[in-house]
Write a protein that binds this ligand. Structure first.
Ligand SMILES: [Ca+2]
Length: 172
């Protein structure tokens, strides 16, 4: 199955939509959010971050409506939360026709700077995350498969090649 049309390109910290925050860089097709969470928590040591993570938003249907993420997961690199892998997931299934389930994710490296975390790396963390997913024997992972068109945000962000990794269920 092809990737459904027009997934959102970025996530936003504020719903004035003035400045995108992180690129959407992973797309799950026909894999449910609960399955993603269970796998990453149980098999790959990811966890729900609790208080140490902020909400972000994507526009849905039109620019007026927005949705905060349905799930956040982090994988700690140090014992605290200063440096970590961070993924925010949105379930878009009810907004996109003709697909059973689509989840989009923005994954990045967080570094703690002063008052909060900033996204410090995208492309290599997308590859790291793709590799985490590739360890799941029933998922098929294609690096940088889908040209989502978010390479240039209009201001400086860490490097991102504009192509999202796609994760599907393997055919039996
Ligand atoms: Ca990419």
């Amino acid at each position: 199955m092809a990737v459904p049309p027009i997934p959102p390109k970025y996530t936003w910290a504020y719903t004035d939509w003035s400045r995108p925050s992180d690129p959407i860089n992973v797309i799950f097709i026909n894999i449910y959010l609960e399955e993603i969470q269970n796998y990453l928590e149980i098999e790959r040591n990811w966890e729900v971050p609790g208080l140490f993570a902020s909400d972000q938003y994507i526009p849905v249907q039109n620019i007026i409506n927005s949705s905060s993420q349905n799930l956040q997961l982090v994988k700690r690199i140090d014992s605290f939360h200063f440096t970590r892998y961070h993924a925010r997931f949105w379930n878009l299934t009810r907004y996109i026709r003709d697909v059973r389930c689509i989840i989009v994710a923005g994954v990045h490296l967080d570094r703690f700077r002063g008052t909060g975390h900033v996204s410090a790396d995208f492309e290599s963390i997308e590859d790291f995350f793709a590799n985490e997913c590739r360890q799941n024997s029933v998922w098929q992972v294609t690096y940088d498969e889908y040209e989502i068109g978010n390479r240039f945000a209009g201001y400086e962000l860490p490097y991102n090649d504009g192509r999202a990794t796609v994760v599907r269920r393997k055919r039996k």
